[in-house]
Design a protein around this ligand. Structure first.
Ligand code: PEP
Length: 251
């Protein structure tokens, strides 16, 4: 059984005190019998304090990015070892904002994913098409390539640690979420690609989460789909009430 994963990507928001305030608000509300695994993904600056504040809560910590290199003269970067040392379990790789704003291509995303795995982190690989690509009928080609290149050569123990996030770029931060059936269609496609790359046994265990304007209103429909194993939430994860309501919508 795949345990549903609800991750909140705070992006470049919240100071350290604001992050701690949010964690306090969320800890007070989380139902310990929730079927969901909850992950918070604050800015680098808040990770250390967030890890302390999350201790004993059962909520996991993730980072938004990591360097493809493991250490040394790489000004401004943060390594997987450093993330692990502050208590991160997960790390996002290939978020569309990194791909678009920082020109991260599939080769770099693959290097980051491998580095994350070698440091003992669980990578959340983000894939998704732009509106132009969808309208040109290229959705499956684009996602197929992102999966092929991002995950190439992984061993069975490595692929088991990977979460895939389907995040249509046209749905991120726009208020236009994919319809549940539309998202399910792509999640099924992604699972099929994982099956052909890594075999049925492994692919059935991989969690494929949906991201793109997830809200308390649309989450029940999305999370009820058979191949949607959770959500990667941006905007709505900044508010404890909204984020809690999404966690609560996990069937
Ligand atoms: C994201 O950036 O990963 C995301 C899903 O953002 P939002 O929920 O705000 O669309």
């Amino acid at each position: 059984m795949r345990k549903p994963l609800i991750a909140g990507n705070w992006k470049m928001n919240k100071t350290v005190p604001e992050s701690l305030e949010m964690i306090r608000a969320l800890r007070g509300r989380l139902d310990p019998s929730s079927p969901a695994e909850v992950v918070l993904i604050p800015s680098f600056t808040a990770l250390f304090s967030a890890a302390e504040a999350l201790r004993g809560s059962g909520i996991h910590l993730g980072a938004q990015n990591l360097s493809h290199l493991s250490q040394g003269a790489v000004t401004g970067e943060v390594s997987g070892t450093q993330l692990k040392s502050v208590g991160c379990r997960y790390v996002l790789v290939g978020h569309s904002e990194r791909r678009q704003l920082f020109q991260e291509d599939d080769a770099l995303v693959h290097q980051k994913l491998k580095t994350a795995l070698s440091e003992g982190l669980y990578p959340i690989l983000c894939v998704g098409e732009t509106l132009e690509q969808r309208e040109a009928g290229q959705t499956r080609d684009i996602i197929g390539t992102q999966l092929q290149e991002g995950l190439k050569g992984l061993t069975p123990p490595e692929i088991r640690k990977v979460v895939v996030a389907y995040e249509p770029v046209w749905a991120i931060g726009t208020g236009k979420n994919a319809q549940p059936e539309q998202a399910q269609d792509i999640h099924e496609f992604i699972r099929g690609r994982l099956v052909s790359q890594f075999g049925e046994d492994t692919a059935q265990d991989n969690r494929i989460v949906y991201g793109g304007s997830v809200t308390p209103e649309n989450s029940p429909g999305l999370l009820a789909q058979p191949d949607i194993d959770g959500a990667l939430v941006g905007g709505a994860s900044l508010d404890a009430d909204l984020f809690y309501a999404i966690i609560d919508a996990v069937p």
